[in-house]
Write a protein of this length. Structure first.
Ligand code: SF4
Length: 274
C-alpha cells in the first residue's frame, strides 16, 4: 500500500513502522496546523499591470495551482490568506491596496510579484509610481523579474509555503494579546502622504523653517549696510525749455520753412522757361 500520509507531516523524531505509515501519523499540533494552512492558501486576485497576465496564466490549467491548494482565487478579501501584488503600484492605487490588506483576516500574507511591485521597476522614481509596495504593507515573498514567469511565481508560492511551515503558535502576531493594528490608509493629494510619517514630516519642516529664519536674521544687517552704501546723489529732475530757447527754436523753424518755400518757387519758375 502506498504511503498516503505526506512525509512532511510526520515527525522524524518519532519513527513509525513502515507497515503502519499509511494509517498512523505521529506529529505535533503545530506541524499539522501549519500543514493544513500551507496547503490551502487562498489568494486574493487583482492585477495592476502586465505582471497580472503571468499571474492569470499561472492559475490556468497548464500550471495547475490546485496542486498547492491555491485554486480558490477570488477578487475578494473575504477568507483570503494571500495578497499577490502583481504589477505597477501607482500612488492612485496604493490607498485601495492598503484598504484591501486591512480587510483581509489574519493570518495573511503578501507576495510582491515583479520588479514594479518590488521597487518601482522601470518606473522607479516616476511621478505617479510607488517605489515598492513594501513601503506600505509588509511583504513576505518577493518574486523578481519583469515580468516573472509563471514558474517563478510558483517558486515564490512554494517559498511562502515553506515560511508558513516554519511559523510557531507562540510567535505569530495574530495569536498575541491585544487587538491588531490596521495600517493607516495613505492619502492621495498633490502627492501621496503616509499618515505614519506625519510627525516626521512636521519635525523636518520645522527644522527647515528654523534654518531659514536664522539665515534671514543674520543677512538683514548686511543688507541694510549694502543699501546705505549704494545711495548716491539723485540726478537733477528734468526741466522744461526756457522761453528764450522756445523762441529761438521757433525762429529757426520759420527760417527753414521760408527757405523751402523759396526753393519751391524757384523750381516752378525754371519749368515755365523750359
Ligand atoms: S515588472 Fe515589468 S511586466 Fe511587471 S508590471 Fe512592471 S513593467 Fe510590467
Amino acid at each position: 500500500m502506498s504511503n498516503l500520509i505526506p512525509d512532511d507531516l510526520l515527525n522524524p523524531d518519532i519513527p513509525v513502522p513502515e507497515e503502519l505509515r499509511s494509517n498512523i501519523a505521529i506529529t505535533t499540533l503545530e506541524q499539522i496546523y501549519n500543514w493544513g494552512r500551507k496547503m490551502s492558501v487562498w489568494p486574493l486576485m487583482f492585477g495592476l499591470a502586465c505582471c497580472a497576465i503571468e499571474m492569470i496564466c499561472t492559475a490556468a490549467s497548464r500550471y495547475d495551482l490546485a496542486r498547492f491548494g491555491m485554486e480558490v482565487m477570488r477578487p475578494s478579501p473575504r477568507q483570503a490568506d494571500l495578497m499577490i501584488v502583481s504589477g505597477t503600484v501607482t500612488k492612485k492605487m496604493i490607498p485601495q491596496i492598503v484598504r484591501l490588506y486591512n480587510q483581509m483576516p489574519e493570518p495573511r500574507y503578501v507576495l510582491s510579484m515583479g520588479a514594479c511591485a518590488n521597487g518601482g521597476g522601470p518606473f522607479k522614481e516616476g511621478y505617479n509610481v510607488v517605489s515598492g509596495v513594501d513601503k506600505y504593507i509588509p511583504v513576505d515573498v518577493y518574486v523578481p523579474g519583469c515580468p516573472p514567469t509563471p514558474q517563478a511565481l510558483l517558486h515564490g508560492l512554494i517559498k511562502l509555503q515553506e515560511k508558513i511551515a516554519r511559523q510557531s503558535f507562540r510567535t505569530v502576531p495574530w495569536y498575541q494579546k491585544g487587538p491588531g493594528e490596521a495600517i493607516p490608509i495613505p492619502v492621495l493629494g498633490p502627492d501621496l502622504l503616509d499618515p505614519r510619517q506625519v510627525e516626521e514630516i512636521r519635525r523636518r519642516a520645522m527644522e527647515v523653517l528654523a534654518q531659514k529664519q536664522e539665515a534671514a536674521a543674520t543677512a538683514q544687517p548686511q543688507r541694510v549696510a549694502e543699501a546705505a552704501a549704494s545711495v548716491t546723489e539723485a540726478p537733477a529732475p528734468r526741466r522744461g525749455l526756457s522761453p528764450e530757447e522756445i523762441a529761438r527754436r521757433k525762429a529757426e523753424m520759420e527760417e527753414r520753412r521760408r527757405a523751402r518755400e523759396a526753393a519751391r518757387r524757384a523750381g516752378e519758375g525754371g519749368g515755365e522757361q523750359a
